[in-house]
Design a protein around this ligand. Sequence first.
Ligand code: HEC
Length: 171
Amino acid sequence: MRTTAIGIAFGATLAVAGCSAPAPQPTVETTAPAPAPAAPSYKPVVSLNDLMVNVVDSHSHEIWDAEDKGPVTKADWERLEHAAVVLATSGGLTAVSGNGPNDQRWTGQADWVKHSEALSTAGLATIQAVRGQDVAALRKAGDALVLTCIDCHREYKLEVPKVWSDHEKVH
Ligand code: HEC
């Protein structure tokens, strides 16, 4: 009985002390933050045109072709997922452009990064549609994708392939 009472009192004292005592500071928080490592510099190894033809355009066509046919097999969806991931990633690459003779002058233009981000955003929507195996969402994502090409090309390339404007009209 007596032991129990002492035990409770002792426990209560500890609990109060525990609440009021400042928490010990981990030493790591008291030291100055380590300097951030220098951002790796990106050195383009292909031209923007190469990137457009072999990465952006080819994978976009896989998405647009699938909209018309409708992917059916597991292998179709897997191929589309590959294309969608490439497209979502490609905006980061177009943002820094390539090593063609005139490529680097684009990266400094006000809207260049905005257009590149739009490409990545459309790519992300495509990934979502593909992972959900949702054909209606895939069509919508494909329409959003073609708009990102048209917007940037109207500003920087000044020619919009006819196949895109047709696609824009159809959907
Ligand atoms: C951030 C701007 C930008 C976006 C977004 C963009 N392009 Fe381009 N694209 C360009 C520029 C600039 C060139 C011209 C490069 C050159 O002439 O060296 C080009 C060139 C091309 C070319 C090769 C030239 C031609 O007309 O045949 C293709 C194909 C192409 N783009 C397809 C696409 C497709 C498809 C999309 C959308 C999925 C797209 N581009 C999105 C800026 C963009």
